[in-house]
Ligand binder design. Structure first.
Ligand code: CP
Length: 332
């Protein structure tokens, strides 16, 4: 592949390859000196047409730690505000001879459109309701660390000592605004490719049709969905994509779909709590659960995000750097 637009284009072994490549960067990022010159001389443009804290900063940190020159383009202060089209913006970035472009956009499919117009690799940092592939990869790396006993819930044994060997058979519930969530979509694609058992839980109006076709089990009742699962992944209500829809009050939503300590007690005793952020505390997740030491992996997810984005930038620029050896193969 030239680009990373979605998990849908990755084979299971390619997903695992990217997770393996990220491990060297987890180790590097934990050292005092975090800088290597792998991407020295290359220019990376982060073009963000939607707000971001975690994804933008972690791509910027990732590029800088790999030695690249990193430039951020914020749509709010760009010529997009003067009416410039997406294609013209893409052509402009291409003419600047970037070596990789990272894009976030509110429209599903916008990233593929740009990828088809530019010569360099393009990485999807989230496009509309479509995909957020690096989020799913960082979530998988976090789960793998936990299964390897590297994130140990208080008072329990690491999961692998309890008999779970990997993603195959891992019971994961994803609860929240499934309809509007690119994080849910990328996680479903990745986790099902690796053999996990996935449940999704949402209010009926926030559940896409025909979820069974995606090899997931849909639930409208959170108490039923969470029973016995190994991993609980919470998502926020994406109010920016809900124009015209009924939006429940925070209290109403928490009562039915919030992750409270009482609900978490219905999951497996060792269950891990995840959330991609940003969180709405007291709505989809209570603070006492979000901050539960050894049980909540929310800060570990952010840490894994930098390592995963370093791995993606490294692997996707290997062709430009004439690095012999392994690369993601070309698409047909
Ligand atoms: N998880 C995530 O994409 O967060 P940001 O919107 O802050 O980048």
């Amino acid at each position: 592949h030239k680009d990373l637009v979605g998990i849908s284009s990755l084979a299971p072994w390619e997903i695992l390859y990217l997770l393996d490549e990220a491990e060297q960067y987890v180790a590097l990022n934990r050292q005092r000196h975090k800088h290597v010159d792998t991407l020295a001389g290359l220019t990376i443009i982060n073009a963000f047409f939607e707000n971001s804290t975690r994804t933008l900063l972690s791509f910027e940190i990732a590029g800088k730690r790999l030695g690249a020159d990193v430039v951020n383009m914020h749509a709010a202060t760009s010529s997009v505000k003067k009416g410039e089209t997406l294609i013209d913006t893409a052509t402009t970035l291409n003419a600047m001879r970037a070596d990789a472009i990272v894009i976030r956009h509110a429209s599903s499919g916008a990233v593929q459109l740009i990828a088809d117009k530019v010569d360099c690799p393009v990485i999807n940092a989230g496009d509309g309701r479509h995909e957020h592939p690096t989020q799913a990869l960082l979530d998988a790396l976090t789960m793998r660390h936990w299964m390897q006993g590297r994130i140990v819930p208080d008072g329990t044994k690491p999961l692998h000592e309890q008999g779970a060997g990997g993603f195959a058979g891992l019971k994961v519930v994803i609860c929240g605004d499934i309809l509007h969530s690119r994080v849910a979509r990328s996680n479903i694609l990745l986790l099902s490719a690796l053999g996990a058992q996935i449940r999704v839980c949402a209010a009926p109006a926030l559940m896409p049709a025909a979820m069974e076709r995606m090899r997931v089990e849909p639930f409208n009742n959170f108490d039923a969905a969470i029973a016995g699962v190994d991993v609980v992944m919470m998502l926020r209500l994406q109010q920016e994509r809900m124009a015209g829809s009924f939006i429940p009050s925070a209290g109403e939503y928490r009562a039915l779909y919030g992750l409270t300590p009482e609900r978490l007690a219905l999951a497996a005793p060792h269950a891990l709590v995840m959330h991609p952020g940003p969180m709405n505390r007291g709505v989809e997740i209570d603070s006492v659960v979000a901050d539960m030491l050894g049980r909540s992996a929310i800060t570990q997810q952010v840490e894994m995000g930098v390592a995963i984005r370093m791995a993606c930038l490294d692997v996707l620029t290997r062709r430009a750097r004439h690095v012999p050896g392994w690369r993601l193969p070309e698409r047909d």
